[in-house]
Design a protein around this ligand. Structure first.
Ligand code: G3P
Length: 218
């Protein structure tokens, strides 16, 4: 499973990229707002740090304008994936951009029917939002299971399932068990994946004993 990080904070991205864990980055208008930086500038910077797909989201709601925005975003770097919403205009835009060779991430997916349409429109990625479904009392990961089952029936679908709105490490583990292609993970959740209290305790015990030997490796 590929790991994307869901942030527009360049310092975080640089740090996580150094660990070799990052396969890509996803952003959205809310994350751009949080970064406090001009979108086009920050996206270009991210594209230079991470070679994998970097999602940049369109904000127009009608097809013509969305396509214009998408084409502009696609020109920023070779590794841009243009994000469009799961609306009729969004899927129309997806179809055109995909046929032009641009990667497209169809976002705001909350149902299996929507995911089926996105695959038919030639999306590179479909982004079902699991955390936001959990928030309203539905089972976000069940949606991933459904989409994976549908896509498996049609091997000609090339769309990758990108698990989004990830809130905790169990979302990541379940996504991997279901064979999801990608999880986009907030930096804090990605860091949580490293953590286990027995790792910390075990390391401390080994280092304490090592100090008692009076030896050094170097
Ligand atoms: O970028 C899309 C998605 O990951 C947003 O997550 O936490 O705002 O529901 P969240």
């Amino acid at each position: 499973m590929k790991f994307f990080v869901d942030t527009a904070e360049v310092a975080e991205i640089k740090d996580l990229a150094a660990s070799g864990l990052l396969d890509g980055v996803t952003t959205n208008p809310s994350l751009i707002l949080k970064s406090g930086r001009p979108m086009l500038e920050v996206i270009k910077e991210i594209c230079a740090i991470v070679p994998g797909p970097v999602s940049a989201e369109t904000v127009a709601t009608n097809h013509a304008k969305m396509l214009e925005e998408g084409r502009k975003l696609a020109k920023l770097a070779k590794n841009i994936a243009v994000k469009v919403p799961l609306t009729p205009d969004g899927l129309k835009t997806c179809k055109v951009l995909s046929s032009e060779g641009t990667m497209v991430n169809v976002t705001l997916c909350f149902s299996a029917a929507q995911a089926l349409l996105a695959a038919k429109a030639g999306a590179t990625f479909i982004s079902p939002f699991v955390g936001r479904l959990d928030d309203i009392g539905q089972d976000g990961m069940h949606l991933i299971d459904e989409i994976m089952a549908i896509y498996r029936q049609y091997p000609h679908f090339k769309t990758e399932v990108l698990v989004a709105s990830v809130r905790h490490t169990q979302h990541v583990v379940q996504a991997a068990k279901m064979g999801a292609h990608v999880a986009t993970v907030p930096p804090n959740v990605l860091r949580q994946c490293f953590k286990h209290v027995l790792t910390d305790n075990g390391l401390k015990a080994f280092l304490d004993d090592w100090a008692k030997t009076g030896q050094s490796i170097l």
